[in-house]
Design a protein around this ligand. Structure first.
Ligand SMILES: [Mg+2]
Length: 389
């Protein structure tokens, strides 16, 4: 007898959420923000004696929202019907605002649901997705504006030495120093592709001037030269920047309507999306469809453990940066195998960050007994356990 929808149901038994605040090794900054820690919101969803993990980088308020609004909504429902769960979550946060905390909470839960579904079916996540490729290219991202030049050069050069043929650095905090920093980066990485990210720090005219400076130093990727809310400004830079340079933005996109506005405005050469913000795997696939409709490549942002699989499902992946003055043939160097990478990388992430002596769990909800060993070792002190922020 053919399986029915009823046969396929795997009721969600339990939704747990934790938030880990992990201090950075030293204060870090980009063009518009300074930080000393990162908070990881980790969601665990159990069904049929199987557990899926998902996460987002967000404030502890996101964990509270998941605990108070989303967990009860999900429990008892079919874990395999992810689109239905996603729509229910979006509806339930209507009056709270669909972006920001709500979008990141839905993203963490959706990522856990996809991981759970893959485990229930005994498949790698990439096998559930409309995969267009078996691997995705990567770039090294860092080069914070808080680094002095020797530190900047060491970090970027180390990635190139490790086989990563493209690297990204931050600019915009001190525009008068950006030419020197980017020139130093270029001298450290040789012929590797060099990306810069201003995180919206420049006003329009300065962004135009810096585009010409950076192009002369072989920069082929210009990320958020102006605010990603300034669609006309991005369009201006895109139209007038040297042709060797691609303008990118989209990492702060929370829904497909923003991605559509960005593409329709002609604001970017490469659309970006972040699976920890844009509605999880479900939202990322929607963003990829928008980019495809506008004939634009899509680049994923951060969270490589999550993006390895979904990147394989992007039809127009931003892997070839056409016209890069310093690039040779498209490198076939380091590629990330999607199959199995996501789970192993997430485990390493948790182990490395959560068991660090300096790491502390800010807030915990639910029973930790079924979480993996690395998480158990990172349980907070007794007095912190169960407290709300
Ligand atoms: Mg960026």
């Amino acid at each position: 007898m053919a399986p029915t929808l009823r046969d396929s149901q795997a009721p969600i038994e339990r939704v747990q959420v934790r938030a880990y605040t992990v201090p950075t090794e030293e204060p870090e900054s980009d063009g518009t923000l300074e930080w000393r820690a990162t908070t990881l919101v980790l969601v665990s969803i159990a069904a049929g004696s199987v557990r899926g993990l998902g996460y987002s980088y967000a404030d502890t308020a996101t964990a509270r929202l998941i605990h108070e609004r989303l967990a009860a909504l999900l429990e008892g429902k079919d874990a395999l019907a992810i689109n239905a769960r996603w729509e229910e979550m979006v509806r339930t946060v209507r009056n709270l605002g669909s972006g920001g905390i709500c979008a990141m909470g839905i993203s963490a839960v959706d990522n856990a649901l996809w991981d759970l579904k893959a485990r229930l079916l005994g498949l790698p996540l990439v096998a559930l997705l409309p995969a267009a490729r078996a691997s995705v290219p990567v770039y090294g991202s860092g080069g914070f504006t808080s680094y002095d030049i020797p530190r900047l050069q060491r970090q970027l050069a180390a990635w190139v030495s490790a086989g990563i043929p493209r690297v990204k650095m931050k600019v915009g905090r001190h525009p008068d120093r950006d030419r020197e920093r980017v020139a130093a980066a270029r001298s450290a990485i040789g012929e590797a592709q060099l990306f810069v990210d201003a995180n919206g720090a420049y006003p329009r005219k300065l962004a135009l001037e810096m585009a010409r400076v950076f192009a002369g130093l072989g920069v082929c990727w210009y990320e958020e030269p102006v605010s990603s809310d300034d669609l006309a400004g991005l369009r201006l830079i895109r139209d007038r920047a040297p042709a060797v340079m691609e303008v990118s933005a989209g990492e702060y996109g929370y829904d497909v309507r923003y991605f559509r506005r960005l593409c329709a405005a002609g604001a970017v050469d490469v659309l970006q999306a972040d699976v920890t913000r844009c509605g999880g795997v479900t939202g990322f696939l929607r963003a990829a469809a928008i980019a495809d409709a506008f004939l634009l490549p899509l680049s994923s942002h951060c969270a490589p453990a999550l993006h390895a699989a979904v990147g394989c499902a992007v039809r127009r992946h931003a892997r070839a940066h056409r016209g890069c003055a310093r690039s040779g043939p498209h490198p076939s160097g380091l590629r990330t195998r999607a199959q199995g990478v996501r789970r192993r990388a997430l485990r390493r992430l948790i182990a490395r960050r959560a068991v660090s002596k300096r790491a502390r769990a800010a807030t915990v909800w639910g029973d930790a007994a079924r979480l993996p060993p690395a998480c158990k070792r990172a349980r907070p002190s007794r007095e912190r356990r169960g407290r709300l922020p």
